[in-house]
Design a protein around this ligand. Structure first.
Ligand code: IVH
Length: 699
């Protein structure tokens, strides 16, 4: 059984090879009871169907709890019987983080699109098409929204998703398979349709506007820079070396194109889209087949009219010649096909006045200038605020209170000021200087060298405290539903929460006395607080709001420290010893865990019932076999007993041998090494110190 477990563990570590591993396991075992095999297969099928209903059709038929229950049951069975189907939903998580993305060559280049900025330019496109095809007849086109996200190619081999790659320069992209597998709308296997030998499907990965706004609110609270638009947010989420971060970002997919194919023949874009729908792939929200360019323009108008009601950002409509034979005839001019064009909607812009600029204080004390605008409707949204990012930006654009400005929402939900209309100045406009004192608590303000942000240094500044509590409770941190900005403000103002520790002292009776709470809402909050007590070390570390420790750094720490106590009194050197951790962050972490007050807070949280599991540590240790295939000999006196060094080598996948031979890859030498060193030198074996060995096993 142990042998199978090893194979199974290997299959999890090596997702690319997982299928062949699993096939081997099955061959070796052939012992899974038929009813269990059947149950696993049914669970996978059902869960995938629910996933499709939820993420693609947006019409679930079971509750989240029911889904979770079946998912857990499936996971238990898979672990017990070591039988994981290639399209099991459990494969969407759990790949170890990567060092870098591998490059992937696209079989067929991923092209870009020509643009049309007016209906007349769309008509000119049609004329070019007809001229090229030497026809006077109306051409068939498909029209669909242009998604503002990240172009992706999904490669299916015999119906199984084998690779997902970014567009890159069009010819070569990056392998983001493990990340894309976390997107629930991406089928891991082609079902309900004939699966060809090979099929490259192109589409756009995007983040919908609600998710984008929620993510940015969270980032602002934690003092991380907000994403400028959903496209950047989607790209930033896909290009994460740690796929568990991608998994938390709730991305979507819309498929609109085909690349290389083998074993199936599509005649037109419409036929392809129809096939995609049948095979349960998400397709654009609107896609229409029309004859002639005037009908295409009608659809463009329809999409533009619905533009503000879509849950995603769209900056145009794409018009494509439907027939693939005609597409081939039309061909490509440099990097753009002659058979398609993108009609670009005008940018969402408006002109308004800055009525006030305020300095807003974040959780780390960072002070950000925010402009209040005279309300103006831009692209269906009333805009009355705009972040100015920092004072350098104010200086660069010479923005003053009272200025008339051009505001734009070009793919952005948070509007930004494009320019000041200087002709409209009356002379009464006022410069907005960085505050000398914190506008909330009156403490001193400092600007660290090399930083653009000014910071309030007051530890008890109410703005900072409230933002710290909000951050602690936020979704990626302790995830306490119902403890958003408004409720934090209320509970803080009533003196019920002065520090995030107080969250765990809240009583239902206290809440019931407050204006915004009734029996049910009070109970819900208490339940959410209770639920948050079971957390993971990475979430917990992130929630503490240690400066520079975002989600990713918190994960890295959790992979390297088993318990929170192991971090107490940590030195900066110990942190910089972790790959990817620099000096600035190490200083900050060390300072935090050497502060008696912080250590007291951590102990109090524990005594109030917060329980911290650390799955990241176990997983990282399992996946950590950097010395795989290498043979070491240890000699001389080291700072650590030799048997411990040898054990470590074995644990990291290497082989520790007692004598030097031609097969030895490295000799680890300490003080007074003796004859082994000479032998190693004569055999030209690489000689390293204990420190160099430690360097080799860093994760
Ligand atoms: S078709 C050769 N359809 O726009 C045509 N592209 O500017 C290939 N995009 O890289 C693309 N929505 O990332 C197509 N419905 C849609 C699209 C779309 C967004 C993106 C895609 C492409 C870029 C070209």
């Amino acid at each position: 059984m142990e042998f199978y477990s090893k194979l199974f563990a290997q299959s999890l570590k090596n997702p690319q090879k997982a299928d062949s591993f699993n096939a081997t396991i099955l061959l070796l075992m052939e012992k899974i009871p038929a009813n269990i095999k059947h149950e696993i297969e049914k669970l996978v099928k059902d869960l995938n169907c629910h996933c499709y209903r939820y993420y693609v059709l947006d019409s679930p038929v079971i509750s989240d709890e029911e889904y979770d229950k079946s998912y857990r049951h499936l996971k238990e069975l898979e672990e017990k019987y070591h039988y994981v189907l290639p399209d099991s939903p459990t494969r969407r998580v759990g790949a170890p983080p990567l060092d870098k993305f591998e490059k992937v060559k696209h079989t067929e280049p991923m092209l870009s699109l020509d643009n049309a900025f007016s209906h007349d330019e769309v008509r000119e496109f049609d004329e070019r098409v007809k001229r090229f095809l030497k026809t006077e007849e109306n051409v068939e086109y498909t029209v669909e929204p242009k998604y503002d996200g990240l172009a992706m190619e999904l490669t299916y081999k015999n119906g199984i998703l084998s690779k997902a790659s970014t567009r890159g320069d069009g010819y070569e992209g990056e392998d983001v398979t493990v990340n894309i597998k976390t997107i629930k709308a991406v089928p891991l296997k082609i079902e309900e349709a004939e699966a060809p030998e090979e099929l490259d499907i192109r589409g756009e990965v995007y983040m919908d506007l609600r998710e984008f706004e929620a993510l940015n609110r969270e980032r602002e609270r934690e003092g991380e820079p907000a994403f400028a638009n959903p496209r950047n947010a989607a790209a930033g989420s896909v290009r994460q070396l740690d796929s568990s971060i991608t998994a938390r970002r709730k991305l979507h997919l819309a498929c609109y194109g085909v690349g290389a194919v083998k074993g199936i023949n599509f005649k037109s874009q419409w036929e392809f889209i129809t096939w995609l729908k049948k095979a349960r792939f998400p397709v654009p929200a609107i896609i229409k087949l029309v004859r002639g360019i005037e009908e295409a323009i009608d659809v463009i108008k329809e999409i533009e009219q619905k533009r503000n009601a879509f849950p995603f950002e769209t900056d145009g409509a794409v018009i494509k010649v439907n027939d693939f034979e005609l597409q081939k005839l039309l061909g490509i001019k440099t990097r753009e096909p002659r058979w398609a064009t993108a009609y670009k909607f005008p940018a969402h812009q408006g002109v308004t006045k800055i009525s006030e600029i305020i300095a807003s204080v974040g959780r780390t004390g960072a002070i950000t200038p925010v402009a209040f605008l005279e309300p103006v409707r831009i692209g269906g949204v009333t805009v009355s605020r705009s972040t100015l990012h920092n004072w350098d930006e104010i200086d660069r654009k010479d923005i003053r209170v009272g200025d008339t400005v051009v505001v734009e929402r070009a793919g952005d939900v948070i509007p930004h000021i494009v320019a000041v209309i200087k002709d409209k100045r009356t002379g009464k406009e006022k410069h907005f200087k960085p505050p000398a004192k914190c506008p909330v608590c009156g403490s001193a303000v400092e600007r660290e060298e090399g930083e653009v942000a000014f910071r309030c240094i007051g530890l008890n500044c109410p703005a900072q405290v409230q933002n710290r509590i909000g951050h602690f409770a936020s979704r990626a941190a302790m995830d306490i539903e119902g403890l958003g900005e408004k409720n934090v403000e209320l509970l803080y103002s009533k003196g019920l929460i002065k520090h995030f520790v107080d969250i765990y002292k809240l009583k239902k009776e206290d809440l019931l006395e407050l204006p915004r709470f009734a029996e049910k809402s009070a109970q819900n909050l208490i339940d959410a607080v209770e639920k948050s007590k079971h957390t993971t070390l990475s979430r917990f570390l992130y929630s503490l709001g240690i400066i520079h420790v975002g989600e990713y750094a918190a994960k890295l720490l959790a992979k390297n420290f088993e318990n929170i106590e192991d971090l107490y009194h940590v030195t900066p050197e110990r942190i910089t010893g972790i790959k990817q951790m620099g000096e600035k962050i190490a200083e900050s972490i060390s300072r935090f865990f050497n502060d008696p007050e912080n250590l007291h807070t951590l102990k109090t949280l524990k005594s109030l019932g917060v329980k911290i599991a650390n799955p990241d540590f176990t997983k990282a240790q399992e996946g950590k076999r950097p010395l795989e295939g290498l043979t070491f000999v240890v000699t001389g006196a080291l700072s650590v007993p030799r048997n411990e060094v040898e054990e470590l080598i074995e644990k990291m996948g290497g082989h520790a041998s007692g004598s030097v031979s031609k097969k030895t890859d490295y000799l680890v030498v300490g003080e007074e090494p003796g004859s082994k060193l000479q032998k190693a030198q004569s055999l030209e074996v690489k000689i390293i110190s204990y420190d160099e060995l430690m360097e080799m096993i860093k994760i």
